[in-house]
Design a protein around this ligand. Sequence first.
Ligand code: ACO
Length: 259
Amino acid sequence: MTPEELARADLLLDVDGPVATITLNRPEARNAQRPRLWAGIARVLDELDESVRVVVVRGAGGTFSAGLDLGMLDPARAGDDGNLIGTLALDDQAIIDQIDVYQQPFVRLTDPRFISIAVVEGHAIGAGFQLALACDLRIVAEDARFCMKEPALGLVPDLVGTKPLVAAVGYARALEICASARVVSGTEAGEIGLAQAVVPASELDTAVGTMVASLTAHAHGAVSATKRLLQEAPGRTLDEQRLAERTAQVARFRALAGG
Ligand code: ACO
């Protein structure tokens, strides 16, 4: 994407060797998310070079993301592109299909060819929380504030956040966090398995550097194949999983032998 296209999508992109950093860049609106941003992230991920091994997602201006742009829920702006009230004129299937398009960047962040890391400082509300959940790993500031606000607005989380939340913290804690729409601090996120590193906000960049170095230290093909095995493990029986391990290992043996 050109810098102009990225700007229209409220994004910045920096690719430094094996690390691509996608920055939500709408700090004046606390990085509130619009369809143009989702389409932009999907396109950035589609266009990444094969050599990219880590995708870092962060927000400009000290906030990860205040979630869905509230203008999309404003009946007075029903005619605006992406306004959700405006879509109510469509039939149910058309709305379901539209949300499927919105979900695409959240799905693509799980691609086995790279490891995605959300770097969360400030607020991660609603769609912001879900964007952080879409990433494989989360590095968070101690004073970060996660909130699954959708139920408080009469909605459900529909941007692919429910499955990774349950996987990270278990069903009961996920239900408690969503139903109450309470704030989860960065410190608590570390304690309940939502975050893999928790540091003071001033140390986030150092923590990201350390994590990226450790994630890129070993063979790309081995790491990608291992990520795929781990992702698919919950949906398989033990016999299915060990078959998948054997099959993946044959490919690794051949790769190591140069064949
Ligand atoms: N959509 C659109 N604009 C937003 C959003 C949003 N989600 N969040 C903040 N903004 C705008 C504000 O309207 C304000 O604009 P203005 O300067 O033109 O008045 C600007 O960003 C700064 O917002 P403040 O509220 O002044 O910033 P503050 O740092 O005090 O608070 C906070 C930040 C806590 C994130 C607050 O803005 C907030 O609660 N936002 C709404 C969060 C929300 O309900 N998101 C939807 C969740 S549901 C979902 O994502 C599906």
